[in-house]
Design a protein around this ligand. Structure first.
Ligand SMILES: Nc1ncnc2c1ncn2[C@@H]1O[C@H](COP(=O)(O)OP(=O)(O)O)[C@@H](O)[C@H]1O
Ligand SMILES: [Mg+2]
Length: 344
């Protein structure tokens, strides 16, 4: 690949140092993804500049105009603390006619909004748990259509923010309490779904038009006490000591029936298209004991750190980290943004 000017967009507090030396494991955890991507792109011979972004687009505009990057590598997950605003930064890149990696603004908007994406998936008859929305500022009603146990989460937050064992509720009183918790703690509407007990599966995908589905990945809950629901809470996802204590880990899913694997792959492609995703994405599924599959959500721009699920699953398919980033850059460079149509 020719040497490219790569502008890596990161959150302003996550601009990584040039080396891991002198940082504590806790510090490294914070900017691991940024570090992995930047060092890998440098190792591949590219001219790489990280740009920290917090609450202003001026520096981004200046960098695009002055440096004319071949590609903006987008690692942002929020703008000014608001997770739903990351899509607007990507929209700005399009307005600037700047090629970028990962998902386009429309796909980001549709997938970030869990309610809107479930409505779209339902239209396409892609199974997702039955649900109701409880908007902020309105008194919750008892959902007659839904059967307990229910699962309460934010309609827009990700990374399991607001998700704990108490997210699984057994009766109307617990439900009302947890809805209130989501409203006050995450400042977003509460999405209430039927709780799907079963295996937790993740499926990565790469592409714009022709899609490569990565091997099915699974989170296993080790020795987590059986009275606790086996779900990816905030602690399960991010607390290393907790993961070690209970032997919680992710790896290639074992012993899935071939028909289930095929359905997962097919559903992943259909979800990717239904939500207008591009670049790379990861779908979260639950597989019930009776074999029924449900999609929980689609993640545009999933975590790209070399040791996380997406890269590990790519690796198990023979796509090494260097190759993965090269593909993501190429997909970004080839994405048919609207402004390109004018240029032909
Ligand atoms: N309806 C549900 N039934 C069972 N578990 C769920 C349900 N919804 C979410 N979960 C659990 O909570 C985790 C986080 O939910 P998810 O919708 O993927 O949000 P996030 O964007 O925070 O990852 C899932 O990985 C799963 O373990
Ligand atoms: Mg998830």
């Amino acid at each position: 690949m020719k040497r490219l000017r790569v502008l890596v967009l990161v959150h302003s507090t996550l601009v990584p140092p040039n080396s891991l030396e002198g940082s504590t494991p806790q510090e490294i955890d914070e900017w691991r993804t940024e570090f992995d991507v930047i060092s890998q792109l440098r190792a591949a011979g590219h001219d790489v500049r990280p740009l920290g972004i917090s609450d202003s687009l001026s520096e981004l505009r200046a960098a695009i105009l002055e440096w004319q990057p071949d590609i903006a590598f987008n690692l942002l997950e929020e703008f000014n603390g608001i997770v739903t605003y990351d899509q607007h930064v990507v929209a700005f890149l399009e307005l600037m006619r700047q090629p970028y990696t990962g998902c386009n603004p429309r796909g980001m908007l549709l997938s970030r909004d869990k309610v809107l994406s479930k409505q779209l998936l339902t239209y396409h008859r892609i199974p997702t748990p039955q649900f109701m929305v409880f908007p902020r500022g309105r008194r919750p009603r008892v959902p007659r259509r839904l059967r307990f146990p229910l699962f309460v989460k934010s309609s827009t937050e990700d990374a399991s923010l607001g998700i704990a064992h108490a997210s699984v509720v057994e009766d109307p009183r617990q439900l009302a309490e947890r809805i209130e918790f989501i409203h006050t703690q995450t400042h977003s509407d509460a999405l209430v779904e039927e709780y799907v007990e079963g295996r937790e599966l993740y499926v990565g995908v790469l592409g714009n038009d022709r899609l490569t589905v990565l091997p099915i990945w699974e989170m296993t809950f080790g020795t987590l006490p059986v009275n606790l629901p086996a779900i990816a809470t905030r602690k399960v996802k991010w607390d290393r000591r907790y993961q070690q204590k209970y032997g919680i880990s992710t790896a290639a899913a074992k012993d899935l029936p071939e028909a289930t694997v095929q359905r997962l792959e097919q559903m992943t492609r259909r979800i990717f298209r239904a939500l207008h995703l591009s670049g790379y994405a990861r779908m979260d599924f639950r597989l019930r004991e009776d074999g029924e599959l449900f999609v929980l959500e689609a993640n545009a721009n999933p975590n790209l750190s070399a040791s996380e699920d997406f890269a590990q699953s790519a690796l198990s398919a023979g796509i090494a980290y260097a190759d993965l980033l090269r593909r993501i850059v190429t997909l970004g460079a080839n994405y048919p943004a609207a402004w390109r149509a004018e240029q032909v």
